[in-house]
Design a protein around this ligand. Structure first.
Ligand SMILES: [Zn+2]
Length: 458
């Protein structure tokens, strides 16, 4: 029996097990896991890890923000993702005022169509809740868009009433509500205060959005989840105080999950003090935090209170986009790149640093986000019958991160000069080699929309 492709002699790593095996692929699916398999194409993985492709459930490709647009579109962004070992992304469609949720989805489908090299799904960000939109949530859940997002901050934020409505509706129909949790009144008044005092530098972005503003909103969202019984997913959790709110809710039995991102584990508020305007590179919301927040986040990953690591990839060029806020931090486009190095960074600073095992790396970057957002068991799984979305990872490859190494379409990386040992060397999507040894083999447009199923609670 011959396979279309065999990944031979690697060390297979799943969220729960580690074993030596060949992986046989047929018709885009994992068809066999065994020994001495033969195939039309053979990828030698001796001395390397074979893992389910990483799943990034928080990206912003081709996203408009503050009069500009994130630099990576679905072509460049998914290419960078694939080079980093990520085989599925879930991006955010943002509803415009007056739009139906399907119209929002259609806008993003048009952005992705013909461009993506790996598979993609969409969360729907609700910015204009009406009775019709509330009813449409049910339709969208069953059409493969089971997760929604609401913002508690920005002009397009929602009220607590709307958050409760969304939680209730998602709870009744098997959906999930993601929340960007920051207290809008705190943030807007501190921005106003700083600007009126002539404090316009990037560091004041962080000082206008203190950890307690995030913790307050996180705690409120968690309590609304408890009151309604609805399922909540706190995105990009950054600090100890917010994590305590999530832990409290989980201990109380609420359906609350949370993710963090590499930037909150590895970078800190000190980065805003870099010379000149360089601090703008790290202007994102929520902002980077004082260093003492990092250890609690790592502990939250180890304890399972933080279920996954996503990137919040939202890249803007330092020259030509970030500088829109040269005289006013509040005009700096919010966001930073990170879609490509996530797996390698988590391997370096999680596994190599002794913070957790390889299986936990797979859980945090692949299996858990796939489960939480309804992609499992097609994605996030190295098992017979799953999509052959696979990354071959060389644990001995040394890489110094730099824009010259990365494929992100942006003129800087927040991780410039960071050294890692361990890097993805081959990425397969539904059995097709997308990239191998630094070369792109797949054509844009091969990536498919993923109709997702029901989210699981972790
Ligand atoms: Zn985001």
């Amino acid at each position: 029996m011959s396979f279309d492709c065999v990944i031979r002699s690697g060390t297979c790593i799943t969220a729960s097990d580690t074993f030596r095996a060949d992986v046989g692929i047929r018709n885009g699916k994992i068809a066999a896991i065994g020994t001495d398999l033969s195939g039309t194409r053979v990828i030698d993985a001796a001395g390397k890890y074979v893992m389910p492709g990483a799943v990034d459930t928080h990206t912003h490709l081709d996203m408009p923000f503050g009069g500009t647009v994130a630099k990576d579109d679905f072509e460049t962004g998914t290419i960078a993702a694939a080079f980093g070992g990520t085989t599925a992304v879930v991006d955010f469609c943002i509803q415009s005022r007056g739009q139906s949720l399907q119209q929002a989805a259609d806008t993003w489908h048009a952005k992705a169509e013909g461009k993506a090299v790996v598979d993609y799904g969409f969360h729907i960000a609700i910015t204009d809740m009406t009775d019709a939109v509330l009813a449409e949530m049910k339709t969208m859940i069953h059409a493969g868009y089971p997760s929604f997002k609401v913002f508690m901050v920005y002009d397009f934020r929602v009220s607590d009433t709307v958050l409760m409505q969304a939680l209730t509706q998602a709870g009744e129909h098997g959906g999930l509500v993601c929340v960007h949790a920051e207290n809008n009144d705190v943030v807007t008044s501190l921005i106003h205060k700083h600007l009126s005092e002539g404090k316009t530098a990037p560091r004041y972005h962080a000082l206008s959005r203190p950890p307690l503003a995030e913790a307050e909103a996180t705690g409120r969202a968690c309590k609304l989840a408890q009151i309604t019984g609805g399922p909540l997913f706190v995105v990009h959790l950054t600090c100890k105080a917010a994590l305590q709110e999530v832990k409290r809710a989980r201990r109380a039995g609420a359906s609350v999950m949370a993710e963090t991102c590499p930037q909150y584990l590895l970078l800190s508020q000190d980065n805003y003090e870099e010379p000149g305007f360089d601090g703008a590179k790290y202007v994102m919301s929520p902002p980077l935090r004082p260093k003492e927040n990092q250890a609690p986040l790592w502990q939250g990953l180890a304890s399972g209170d933080l279920v996954s690591v996503a990137t919040d990839h939202c890249p803007f060029d330092f020259h030509g986009q970030k500088d829109m806020g040269a005289d006013d931090f509040s005009r700096i486009p919010n966001g930073a790149p990170g879609i490509e190095p996530r797996l390698a960074l988590m391997h370096e600073f999680g596994v190599n640093a002794g913070r957790f095992a390889l299986n936990k790396l797979v859980a945090l970057c692949s299996t858990n986000p796939a489960k939480a957002f309804g992609l499992y068991p097609h994605k996030g799984s190295l098992a017979i019958g799953a999509d052959a979305d696979i990354v071959v990872f060389d644990p001995d490859k040394n890489v110094t991160l730099s824009t010259s190494v990365l494929h992100e379409n942006v003129d800087y990386t927040p991780y410039e000069g960071v050294q890692v040992t361990g890097w993805p060397v081959a990425t397969l999507s539904r059995g097709e080699v997308v990239c191998m040894d630094g070369r792109l083999e797949a054509k844009p447009g091969r990536g498919q929309f993923i109709r997702r199923g029901a989210p699981s609670f972790l």
